[in-house]
Design a protein around this ligand. Structure first.
Ligand SMILES: [Cu+2]
Length: 210
């Protein structure tokens, strides 16, 4: 083996070792007593990495939004598209976050967008005024250490994982729509179980392992 190759391999294996020691996966198990929430977002609010590089897009097809939740960091432009052959609309009138917008009609094949400019960590509910059953959420996500939690209909247990979490990040947040926000401090080597609640009433449990 030539010297350069051997040096390169040494650097690669050293950095791989460093990564495995300093970064880890945080796993969560959610159980619900009667029914599951609509969608969830798990993230570390103290990761301080500036947020995801890619800004989310939301399509409308077969009178439904293509995703239950899209994420983007502060200031990024979430793009909307209409893939149906009927008109759609996208609006937000979110009392909790105070976010209010309406992009008007989006004709078949049309595009629109909105800029993420609300509080970090907030999920904003969006809908279509023409089709009231269409619901999605847009999150202002301040970190790339996150997981979107999805549920099958009637599913009472769900697992998720947030990968590559640095040891210095401990501030775990879980937003389950429409349940109460969960904030837990979780350090390396810890396991914690907390109640999942809705307006203070127990709805299920969350177990975090790190
Ligand atoms: Cu619509």
């Amino acid at each position: 083996m030539c010297l350069y190759k051997s040096i390169l391999l040494t650097i690669l294996s050293t950095s791989a070792l460093a990564a495995s020691l300093s970064a880890g996966t945080v796993e969560g198990v959610l159980t619900f007593e009667k029914r599951n929430p609509y969608v969830g977002l798990a993230y570390f609010s103290d990761a301080n990495d500036g947020g995801p590089d890619v800004c989310g897009t939301l399509d409308q097809k077969d009178k439904a939004f293509s995703k239950l939740l899209v994420v983007g960091k502060e200031g990024c432009e979430i793009k909307f598209h209409n893939s149906d052959d009927t008109d759609h609309n996208i609006f937000a009138n979110d009392l909790e976050s105070g976010v209010n917008f309406d992009v008007g009609l989006i004709p078949p094949g049309g595009d629109s967008s909105t800029v993420v400019n609300w509080n970090a960590g907030r999920l904003v509910r969006v809908g279509c005024k023409i089709h009231p059953k269409m619901v999605s959420y847009i999150a202002n996500l301040p970190t790339s250490r996150y997981a979107i939690v999805e549920f099958e209909e009637g599913q009472l247990e769900t697992r998720f994982a947030v990968a590559d979490v640095d040891d210095s990040s401990v501030a775990f947040e879980l937003v389950l729509q429409p349940l109460d926000r969960i904030s837990v401090s979780i350090a390396s080597g810890e396991t914690k179980t907390v109640d999942v609640t809705y307006k203070g009433k127990v709805f299920g449990t969350l177990t975090l392992t790190r």
